[in-house]
Design a protein around this ligand. Structure first.
Ligand SMILES: [Zn+2]
Length: 96
């Protein structure tokens, strides 16, 4: 399977997504990092009251649930509770 999270067109599976109140699977509670596929709707950003942008982030969970949540609602360290060596606050995107 090859899913491009930044594809300009939404994958078919995003059509059945439900809005997750929290940034995790509303069905089983799995984190976004456990999803088997992801797609970010970067073509339709929404401007918040703080003049920052947020996007819909779609995730296909391993439990077959499909959900989405706002990028602005993503917790800063979604994997902190799953990792034993996360105390260095290493950001995945911080490397050039
Ligand atoms: Zn799930």
């Amino acid at each position: 399977m090859s899913i491009d999270a930044f594809s300009p067109t939404p994958p078919d599976w995003t059509q059945s997504a439900v809005h997750a109140r929290q940034f995790c699977c509303p069905s089983c509670g799995a984190a976004s990092g456990d999803a088997i596929a992801a797609w970010i709707n970067r073509r339709a950003p929404v401007y918040t009251e703080n003049h920052s942008r947020k996007w819909q982030e779609f995730y296909a969970c391993k439990c077959e649930a499909v959900w989405w949540a706002w990028s602005a609602d993503r917790p800063p360290s979604p994997f902190a509770q799953d990792s034993d060596d996360d105390d260095d606050e290493d950001e995945t995107n911080s490397h050039p």
